[in-house]
Design a protein around this ligand. Sequence first.
Ligand code: NOJ
Length: 561
Amino acid sequence: MNKAWWKESVIYQIYPRSFNDSNGDGIGDINGITEKIPYLSELGIDVIWLSPVYKSPNDDNGYDISDYRDIMDEFGTMLDFDIMLSKAHGHGIKIMMDLVVNHSSDEHDWFRESRKSKDNPYRDYYIWKKTDNGEPPTNWGAAFGGSVWEYDEQTSEFYLHLFSKKQPDLNWENPVLRNEVYEMMRFWLDKGIDGFRMDVINFISKDSSYPQGEIREGHKYGDGSKYYMNGPRIHEFLQEMNKEVLSQYDTITVGEMPGVTVEEGKLYTGDDRSELNMVFHFEHVGLGDGRFGKWDPHPWRLTELKEIFNKWQKGLEKGGWNSLYWSNHDQPRAISRWGNDSEEHRVTSGKMIATCLHLMQGTPYIYQGEEIGMTNVKFDNINDYRDIETLNAYRDLTSDSLTHDKIFKGIHERSRDNARTPVQWDASPNAGFTDGTPWINVNPNYEKINAEAAVKDEDSIFHYYKKLIQLRKQNEVIVYGTFDLVMEGDEQIFAFTRTLGGDQLLVICNFSNCTPIFKLPGNVRYTSKQLLISNLTADENEPIEEFPLMPYEARVYRLKK
Ligand code: NOJ
């Protein structure tokens, strides 16, 4: 397998709005990030993925960009950015920027020009269609509710927006637009940033015949996704971007790709394909989705989760590469989703899920606050939520499809705002995030769960993450070893081996609050063993052929042949 620094790295995602506020306006900012670089350096991470800091009217918290070469006022200035970048580099930490080029803001100059007239030079930067009957060109529904088409009176045509109407889709069929994007990417790389996380990048090539989507039961709009996910020219566009930009720098790239399959994943990340380093797939985070997606969640089984990971681990084993994540700014908190956030099990289960993820093959991502075991929040009032997706879903679904209580269950389990409450730095008011009024309330559990307490406590989740990161640096098998499931059909235990030459690790994780029995299969042989890390005190000399696990217990052994 080819070695690469981005395979050996651990990445930490910062959602700047909620990270750390340095000037008391209630909104996290770039200087707030700079202040915390030593904290991240102590944790041991290698790369920061910075969610968008570009100029934006914030319809979707920065994922609607009005100037790709400038910084959002609330976040600071370009000078602040340069200082942050150099401080991060000074600590050996790289910066990966978010690249949001499936769409821009409707307040971007390109769009302001584009909508002026049909012969404006910027007209073809976006996707405009006219219809004879005044109906939208297709029945597709947008991610944040309503149609994907917005009628614009000025030129009597519709423009496409897969997200909100303030996020018009860019027209990648237009080579002039593509070059603008490449130039902008060079601008940031020349400044010294180290790579890009690319927002819904597998949506940029649309089926230009724009067929109708299938309307599923209980839904008002059609599902157009198969006409824009992994579309006809996607690989061509990414290869062009690679040739024009990425190949000329030493970068790290990850493509966010809803609806990507393993077969497509191999093409996007293949060593010989010159596209991207890795992709974020959505298969595990969609587990338990109901008829209305995440808003009516159902229980899921551990075998389903294992099947998904196994498929991706084995699928990309030769020549591709995986990204590994439990959470991000669009997902609930990792412990609440995959572990158990009760007082009794929070710390143990937080360490267990971290063990499971960091010991698989791929580049692990830590979402801000995950390293201190932050949990979902349960606001009772819809007015306490800020996320456009949550607010629109509440509006649309409570009137048509789900009861208030049902949708609130969905919001408490899966709303994006679970991940967007401010990082809990200490036990002072507003968790030390701000001296002002935070843009979204802090989780009331901050007096107990906060970074200051976690750093002081040697037994905390923070110190456990530190150890996992160090182990990765000391053991090549964690990065490059092959993955093989053990006890595949078990509904409580997620166990696997990692093998590189003569080196083998055995990873055992109990995802339940019961005490299931681990049984070592006959084909895993060893003469002696060493306990590398565990989240509870385990007796090093205990035989591992058959033994009971404590609730949420995790152990990693090195097996010597
Ligand atoms: C994916 C981003 O992660 C999400 O936060 C955003 O709302 C959409 N893409 C649209 O940019």
